[in-house]
Design a protein around this ligand. Structure first.
Ligand SMILES: CC(C)(COP(=O)(O)OP(=O)(O)OC[C@H]1O[C@@H](n2cnc3c(N)ncnc32)[C@H](O)[C@@H]1OP(=O)(O)O)[C@@H](O)C(=O)NCCC(=O)NCCS
Length: 105
């Protein structure tokens, strides 16, 4: 089973930034922010997979996030590859268009 300790270790190893919030009783873990200094080197995937494992082991049933543009273009392509889908079926110029989620069950 995954742990938050493993997540922290990976974040440190990659000199990454990660912010999450949520409580297992509500089932939803939000990834508020993830950023890695060296992109496209597998760090993002490794951290996200570990977050999913830790979340699942704590009883979370879904991960949600807002696929922001952190200055390098929108990240939804990355999240799509990680198995996340768009939460709302709205037009791209609607901010709600960029909410994504993945069920952990
Ligand atoms: C988004 C981010 C966390 C991804 O981490 P990463 O270490 O670059 O991603 P990985 O190397 O693990 O990539 C995994 C896959 O996603 C792809 N990918 C990475 N970033 C992508 C992007 N912005 N758009 C489309 N695909 C992307 C990679 O090419 C790779 O594809 P592959 O499996 O076919 O080889 C990182 O690029 C980042 O810090 N970006 C700036 C901050 C940001 O946008 N954060 C997200 C806000 S919600």
């Amino acid at each position: 089973m995954g742990t938050w300790e493993a997540v922290e270790k990976a974040v440190k190893k990659h000199d990454a930034k990660l912010e999450v919030h949520g409580s297992p009783e509500y089932g939803i873990l939000w990834i508020d922010m993830i950023s890695v200094p060296r992109r496209e080197s597998g760090a993002g995937r490794e951290i996200v997979r570990l977050v999913e494992k830790a979340a699942k082991s704590e009883g979370f049933t879904q991960i949600r996030l807002f696929a922001a543009d952190a200055g390098y273009g929108r990240s939804h392509g990355f999240w799509d590859l990680m198995g996340y889908e768009f939460t709302f079926d709205v037009d791209e110029d609607d901010d709600d268009a960029w909410y994504m989620h993945k069920d952990l069950r």
